[in-house]
Ligand binder design. Structure first.
Ligand SMILES: *[C@@H]1O[C@H](CO)[C@@H](O)[C@H](O)[C@H]1NC(C)=O
Ligand SMILES: *[C@@H]1O[C@H](CO)[C@@H](O)[C@H](O)[C@H]1NC(C)=O
Ligand SMILES: *[C@@H]1O[C@H](CO)[C@@H](O)[C@H](O)[C@H]1NC(C)=O
Ligand SMILES: *[C@@H]1O[C@H](CO)[C@@H](O)[C@H](O)[C@H]1NC(C)=O
Ligand SMILES: *[C@@H]1O[C@H](CO)[C@@H](O)[C@H](O)[C@H]1NC(C)=O
Ligand SMILES: *[C@@H]1O[C@H](CO)[C@@H](O)[C@H](O)[C@H]1NC(C)=O
Length: 902
């Protein structure tokens, strides 16, 4: 089978990067997976077809689909239709499976086919905290379950009797346990969950056939939690209520009980949600991608453009830094939702015995399972300043650690490495004390362990070293504590950073998404606490429902919603330290949504976002309008309030700065004309702004500056948000061309032993004697071309190679925009692979750190066999904002010479 490649899975359901990979050393080449690791689902494409009237040879067909299929058959294309989309005005097309890459090429060139897009795969949403509440007196319950309602002023809107009645919300997720008493206890027109559909079936994993049915029951839990955030009915044992618990819900299930979902299913669900007349569609899913071109983003965008509200999670990739926004949340008209940390985090206390000391709070929602017994302490080091504690295997003199609670200092290597070493000596429970990095969620693998604060850890170790009889116990009940989150009200550390690669204002707004108590399936325990932008997104959908209920569910109100939420949001600081700047809008968007203000404001400011773009495309003049819809004249004062400037690239490196992205106080300056506006009731006036980018910043760090222009009248404050870049995206490096990650320079051609090819070699494609290509992108690209060229090509690449190094492609799936042949004046022998609108990589070896293309067969991407000969591979990546026809806008790399010798 000439299998097409799998474009590496770009869409995840909010994975959360908790690993501390920031301190990675070079990753051993042996870490790479044995299979190609490319950006999409193999062999499957989504085509969009022309209107029937525009299809030549349409003959007597009544549907555009049939005219196109007939044309495909006439061209001997073998294909299987797995989905059809027939939403006139939004999307008409189909998902096709082809087994031969030649057919994919033919499809692209068939009359009537308007576009062909790859199918992305979305991993299921990962959740930070996951705790099942045990009873009404469960001390893990947030002290004030509705603190999140207070944060977004939802409580005030509820107090007015607005609970979102009459609004229909479609939730695309894992389904909903509609039998849950707090979610209406049934499904159908008379229930809260009025309907929906299961597009996939329980056994669906994203890698097998979906088996749809009409019952969107949840067997995973995520969707039920999401639904409760919108809809939990008051009067439940926990005193919680949904943000818009008067709205009705449709459940569209796109995930099975485990695994991923593919985009063909998601498009189907989006179109169904639209056809069913939902006023709001909400998607707590996405995959870091940087672009808005994916099929699901295109369809989300078009649905929103008809005057519906589409809320989509911004993503949980905050630790990977900037330019890593999620799709489909990047859809231009969607509301991409960031997460704000709740004000309190439910944690547990350990009790200290043998010496007098207060309870020690450890970072876990539920108790460490130790049966509550008193455990003696064992410290892996008696020094409280050791930097690499337990990073190496423990000495042979170490006793059996099973009777102890082991204390380890944070630092130097991963938590999992430390815990592996300690548990290798029999440990059953361990505490890691902070070294000043912060008391926050960390990745501990499956180990029975937790993080504690530095002063607590130092105390324990000092007592232990002094020979004191210190023991700890972990009460299994009654020791829950609400730790005032030092980050409460700030951005959740996991919330993804934009902007998108086309410099859209992503995310748009933020909502509470950390430590949220909501419903979970009855058979999982009924109530639980979860965190993620998955939780912020339904909060925003509920908020939008309250707005529509208050102002009328018209397309005009829906289309104005994002501006309204942005201009009435509350600014979010970057820290709790006085004098620190507001958080970069690349993570916070316009701020924390305030639904009461959005509903009641009589000042309408529009638009809410001003995009200054990069230096090369700088739009220094901007304008917005202020309208006084109140009953009294108002005078508005306009002032500039900068936020922190995000230094998005590491110094002296092409690598993105990891999150939390460092901020500079350097700010743009703005001339505001006029800076005082007097408006009679019912009048409006435009304001003109002239921006000058910040001067005291290093452009090589690709600083993204942002901030607000405040519009103040008495106690009423609104703002417009702006975003710009010092530097030109066309100069921003795309390839990782360093040896930093693997210890040898990238891109690289690997030989049959997965070593960089060191001497000129011929490949036989037998017995594993195949070449592979390995690369990393430090920035997304609109076009990545991998071509075979003549060994003697006269071409000067922009990037450094090793002296010897090369490779060959094999197969991949996505058709190329420049089919068959040379472009940009470079003569190629043939195309090996080509990808459009792909993401940069991150630095997490467990996640998305590189792409690997195994050339398993000596064929071009179109399936034609490559003739024996001596070749090189030419990599070209178009820089963001570059012109695809200009060779100078590509970064290029030429492999060493290698032979194909069959
Ligand atoms: C947990 O420990 C902290 C710190 O010692 C203390 O302030 C808090 O009151 C304790 N909470 C409970 C429920 O024991
Ligand atoms: C640490 O202190 C304890 C208690 O005094 C002692 O038993 C142990 O040997 C010390 N460990 C080292 C490595 O010095
Ligand atoms: C920024 O400029 C680039 C290059 O002209 C353009 O493609 C992009 O759409 C612009 N972004 C916005 C949000 O206007
Ligand atoms: C970057 O390189 C310059 C020049 O070599 C050097 O002065 C500077 O200290 C470096 N900065 C960092 C953060 O390494
Ligand atoms: C590869 O094959 C070519 C053509 O047969 C031959 O000239 C060359 O010597 C071979 N190179 C190696 C390293 O075997
Ligand atoms: C496949 O691509 C190669 C190289 O560009 C070309 O020579 C060949 O004609 C193509 N085959 C088909 C069937 O298009």
């Amino acid at each position: 089978m000439k299998s097409a490649a799998s474009y590496w899975a770009l869409l995840s359901l909010l994975p959360t990067l908790l690993s501390t990979y920031s301190a990675f050393a070079a990753v051993p080449i042996s870490a790479i997976r044995k299979t190609s690791n490319l950006p999409t689902v193999a062999n499957k494409f989504i085509i969009e077809v022309e209107e029937l009237a525009n299809i030549p040879n349409k003959r007597s067909f009544e549907r555009a689909h049939d005219a196109v299929y007939s044309e495909l058959r006439a061209r001997d294309v073998e294909f299987e239709v797995t989905k059809e989309y027939d939403s006139e005005g939004i999307f008409v097309g189909a998902a096709l499976v082809v087994t031969d890459v030649k057919d994919a090429v033919a499809i692209e060139n068939t009359p009537g086919v308007k576009s062909i897009r790859p199918v992305l795969s979305f991993r299921r949403p990962k959740i930070l905290f996951n705790h099942v509440v045990t009873g009404v007196d469960d001390p893990e319950l947030p002290v004030e379950p509705l603190s999140t309602h207070v944060m977004g002023n939802v409580d005030k809107v509820h107090a007015e009797g607005n609970i979102g009645r009459g609004i229909k919300i479609g939730i695309l997720d894992t389904g909903i346990d509609y039998n849950h008493p707090a979610l209406g206890g049934g499904i159908g027109p008379d229930f809260l969950v009025t309907g929906g559909y299961d597009f996939v079936g329980d056994a669906y994993t994203g890698a097998n056939e979906p088996v749809p049915d009409s019952d969107p029951m949840d067997c995973e839990g995520h969707g039920t939690h999401v639904a409760g955030i919108i809809s939990a009915q008051p009067g439940n044992p926990y005193g919680i209520s949904g943000v818009a618990y008067g709205a009705s819900i449709n459940a569209y299930r796109v995930f099975g009980c485990a695994g991923s979902a593919t985009e063909d299913v998601l498009v189907d669900a989006l179109l169904r949600g639209h056809a069913d007349g939902n006023d709001i569609l909400t998607l707590s899913l996405g995959e870091a991608n940087g672009w808005a071109q994916s099929a699901s983003a295109v369809v989300s965008n078009r649905i929103a453009a008809t005057g519906k509200i589409v809320t989509i999670a911004a993503g949980n990739d905050g630790s990977s830094g900037s330019w890593y926004s999620s799709t489909p949340g990047n859809a231009h008209n969607a509301i991409s939702v960031a997460s704000v940390a709740n004000t309190a985090v439910p944690m547990q206390n350990a009790t200290v015995h043998g010496v007098a000391y207060n309870p020690i709070t450890y970072y876990r929602t539920n108790p460490l399972p130790t049966e509550g017994s008193e455990l003696p302490v064992y410290a892996t080091s008696n020094s409280t300043t050791v930097t690499n504690d337990a990073c190496d295997p423990l000495p042979t003199s170490t006793p059996d650690l099973s009777p102890y609670v082991v204390i380890i200092r944070r630092g130097s290597c991963t938590f999992v490495q430390k815990l592996s070493n300690v548990f290798a000596k029999g440990a059953t429970v361990a505490l890691i004390y902070d070294n000043g990095n912060g008391f926050s969620p960390v990745a501990l693998g499956d180990f029975n362990a937790a993080l504690i604060q530095s002063f607590d850890g130092e105390f324990i170790v000092q007592q232990y070293a002094a020979g004191a009889p210190i023991r700890l116990s972990f009460p299994q009940a009654g020791a829950s504590t609400n730790f005032p989150d030092p980050q409460g009200g700030l951005m959740s550390f996991f919330s993804s950073y934009g902007p998108s690669n086309d410099f859209q204002f992503k995310p748009a707004v933020a909502a509470p998404g950390g430590g949220i108590l909501s419903t979970i399936p009855v058979d999982q325990g009924s109530y639980g606490v979860k965190s993620g932008t998955s939780m912020a997104t339904p909060y925003m959908a509920g908020t939008a429902a309250l707005l529509l209920a208050a102002k009328g569910k018209t397309p005009a109100v829906a289309k104005s919603a994002r501006d309204l939420f942005e201009t009435t949001a509350n600014k979010i600081s970057s820290s709790k330290t006085d004098g620190d700047p507001f958080q970069t809008l690349t993570q916070a968007g316009a701020g924390l949504a305030d639904v009461y203000k959005a509903i009641h404001t009589t000042t309408i400011v529009s638009p809410g976002e001003l995009i200054l773009n990069d230096t090369a495309n700088f739009k220094s003049f901007q304008t917005f309008t202020i309208e006084n819809k109140g009953k009294t004249p108002k005078t508005y004062k306009l002032t500039h309030v900068p936020a922190g400037t995000a230094l998005t690239q590491k110094p002296n490196s092409t690598y993105p700065a990891l999150g939390p992205v460092p901020l500079s106080p350097a700010a743009a300056s703005v001339v505001i004309v006029p800076d005082t506006v007097f408006l009679l009731p019912g009048t409006k006036l435009p304001v003109v702004l002239h921006f000058t980018p910040p001067r005291n910043v290093d452009a090589s760090l690709y600083p993204v500056y942002s901030g607000f222009v405040d519009i103040t009248s008495g106690s009423e404050i609104h703002h417009v948000s702006y975003l710009g870049l010092v530097g030109s995206l066309k100069n921003k490096p795309v390839f990782d061309n360093t040896p930093e990650f693997f210890g040898f320079r990238l891109p690289a051609l690997l030989d049959g032993n997965d070593q960089p090819q060191a001497v000129p070699s011929n490949y036989t494609f037998a017995g594993g004697n195949i070449p592979s290509l390995l690369w990393r992108l430090v920035m997304g690209t609109p076009a990545l071309r991998i071509d075979l060229v003549d060994a003697n090509i006269n071409f000067k690449p922009t990037l450094q190679s090793r002296d010897v190094d090369f490779d060959i492609g094999s197969l991949f799936t996505f058709p190329w925009l420049n089919p068959g042949g040379s472009f940009a004046q470079v003569k190629i022998v043939g195309t090996l692979a080509s990808f459009d609108y792909i993401s940069r990589h991150n630095e997490d070896p467990e996640e998305n750190a590189w792409s690997l293309l195994r050339l398993r067969a000596p064929t071009f991407a179109n399936g034609t066999t490559i003739t024996n000969g001596q070749y090189r591979v030419l990599f070209r990546a178009l820089k963001v904002t570059g012109n695809s026809k200009r060779q100078g806008d590509y970064e290029s790399w030429l492999s060493p010479v290698f032979g194909i010798s069959l």
